[in-house]
Unconditional design. Sequence first.
Length: 188
Amino acid sequence: MKKIIYAVMLPLVVVSGLVFANREIKNETSKKSASKPLSAAERKAALKKWEATPDGINYKKWEASPEGKKVYAGEAKIRKHLRAFTNMEAVVTSLSLPPGSRLGFGVMVRINGDDYILSFGPEKSDKNSLNFKNEFQQLRGLKVNDEIVIRSHNVSHAPKYSYPIISGDYVEQESKIIYKRAPRKGGC
């Protein structure tokens, strides 16, 4: 009986030791990698290295394509409003994002004749229950062709999407605020 117990316990001890040792190695490497930021020359070299990868090559092709140029032109049209955090008048064109989207909750809008993705990010669950918070509740009341006013600090793009992606920071409808992003905790 003792031999059986030892035979079962020995592999458990060995496996536990390996798992614990592997965890410590991962912790040490993560501390080392986050210790100092890259210099400008190192960043430029890393970018050149990435551009030579298949993903980098595909990204460069997308940038040069008519679709990529259209996305960049759309970004340029609203850049002045983003820098100044001023109002942009928009019309809701769709209540859902493009198929396969992984941007969280959002809607499609048209600003000055160009289409954009207005993304608000993932929905956060309430810590005390399994229900989702109602932070997007008023936004869910929007309908196609509703006129809204948007303010944002950020626009981005990705080859996966045919539209620029505006981060929704502030939305009002009929002079009533229906969404305002909460400021980040412990940061700028």
